[in-house]
Design a protein around this ligand. Structure first.
Ligand SMILES: Cc1cc2nc3c(=O)[nH]c(=O)nc-3n(C[C@H](O)[C@H](O)[C@H](O)COP(=O)(O)OP(=O)(O)OC[C@H]3O[C@@H](n4cnc5c(N)ncnc54)[C@H](O)[C@@H]3O)c2cc1C
Length: 378
């Protein structure tokens, strides 16, 4: 996006990437269909230590701007849910669109070229970019090397190294939009249910998401957990409403009157996956006939189902995290141009910057918007 905009302004632009293919993360995103934006993305949705920073770029390049580009290239798309827009066909169409736009803007893209270092050649001369294919001189430089997520795909902390070299701070980074891991009794519980998915409301630290929870061999995942993982910190519990929109006590009392001999797990199996109900009745809930449960016990069951707490030990880490929380401290950047205040001509965009969106097309919207805005000045 940044290269396209700069190229369209008549700048001579060279894009360097050590990957052997352009836009690798776009290609694997959204299960190969790329959730390229979100209709409802607003600056309020993003996490950052400097929240107001992202307002400018996200207001100047909005989801409809990217949708117009997609439509200009006649790429069919659909809304899956919650404003999340996906290609009908393949994520390759988005990469093709960007490469076509870049070619039309006169941009040169050089792949399989690792950038190893940056040297300042004086304010007028700009930068010397050192690569494994030789050095390149550049009047200005946009660092768009992303965050630490999925090192196997070529993610590096290069942006943070460059930021520090030029006197910018880097806020603490951690894996986000990532499955959580459990241990001991919790791990055994999750492992036995691996593959089972439950619609729920997951809450942690004031954030709440109505989505599915998925048990895995290592702990929990699914969209509800990925979302809440960006707000979770080590040692904290997740609070799960397993029956959104239902008053379980009223339901259980009615069932107790109608079917006193039925076991609690049978009653719960009508509301939740059978394997989950059976696992709950024997660990977190009593395993008895409805008629044998006192009012107090029924109320406790209702409470557990509305506020089931599960402790997690950690995350699956950058190996599977969709994004990196934190990054180049935006207080050192201009929110209008994305240029480093202390290093004129040096720009930071995309996931490298301490701006992180939730699941659902938000992180690409930030990448497009920040790239677009920097491209007007780089
Ligand atoms: C599995 C997965 C699925 C995702 N799905 C979605 C989704 O559907 N919707 C959404 O909004 N977001 C999604 N994301 C997040 C999204 O992909 C990123 O936020 C986005 O790609 C960030 O764009 P970027 O250009 O800042 O960085 P990146 O896309 O990470 O690009 C950085 C580039 O820099 C290159 N690079 C790094 N270091 C060097 C170096 N030293 N020299 C040369 N090149 C270097 C890398 O090869 C890479 O091509 C997903 C992420 C993952 C991991």
């Amino acid at each position: 996006m940044c290269a396209i905009e700069a190229g369209n302004r008549g700048r001579r632009v060279l894009v360097l990437d050590h990957a052997n293919k352009a836009g690798k993360k776009i290609l694997i995103s959204g299960g190969g269909r790329c959730n390229f934006t979100n209709l409802y993305a607003t600056p309020d949705d993003f996490q950052s230590q400097n929240k107001p920073f992202c307002v400018s770029a996200l207001s100047r390049y909005i989801p409809q701007d990217f949708i117009s580009l997609v439509e200009k290239h006649r790429i069919p798309y659909h809304e899956k849910k919650l404003g999340q827009l996906f290609c009908d066909g393949s994520a390759q169409e988005i990469v093709r669109m960007l490469l076509d736009e870049a070619a039309a803007a006169g941009v040169t893209v050089r792949l399989s070229c690792q950038v190893t270092g940056i040297r300042r050649e004086g304010e007028v001369l700009g930068f010397l970019v050192e690569t494994d294919l030789g050095a390149v001189a550049a009047g200005s430089l946009a660092v768009a090397t992303g965050g630490l997520s999925i090192p196997k795909m070529g993610a590096t902390g290069f942006a943070y190294t460059v930021a520090r070299q030029f006197g910018l701070d880097v806020t603490p980074t951690r894996p986000a939009l990532v499955p959580l891991t459990a241990s001991g009794r919790n791990l055994e519980f999750c492992r036995n249910l691996a593959g089972v998915s439950i619609p729920c409301i997951a809450r942690c630290n004031g954030a709440s998401f109505t989505e599915n929870l998925l048990f895995t061999h290592k702990g929990i995942s699914g969209p509800a957990v990925l979302q809440v993982s960006s707000h979770w910190r080590e040692g904290q519990q997740l609070h799960i409403d397993l029956l959104p929109g239902l008053d379980p006590l009223t339901h259980l009392q009615a069932q107790q009157a109608a079917r006193p001999k039925a076991e609690l797990r049978t009653i719960l199996s009508a509301l939740l996956p059978r394997s989950f109900s059976e696992a709950m009745c024997g660990t977190y809930l009593p395993n008895r006939a409805m008629g044998q449960l006192s009012h107090q016990e029924l109320a406790a069951v209702g409470h557990t189902l509305k506020d089931w707490t599960i402790s997690c030990d950690g995350t699956e880490g950058y190996r599977t995290a969709e994004v990196t929380l934190g990054g180049v401290d935006s207080t050192g950047l201009s929110s209008k141009t994305l240029e480093a205040i202390k290093a004129p001509g040096l720009f930071f965009i995309g996931e490298a910057v301490d701006v992180t969106g939730p699941l659902g097309g938000y992180n690409f919207q930030w990448a497009w918007a920040s790239g677009y805005c920097a491209g007007q000045y780089v």
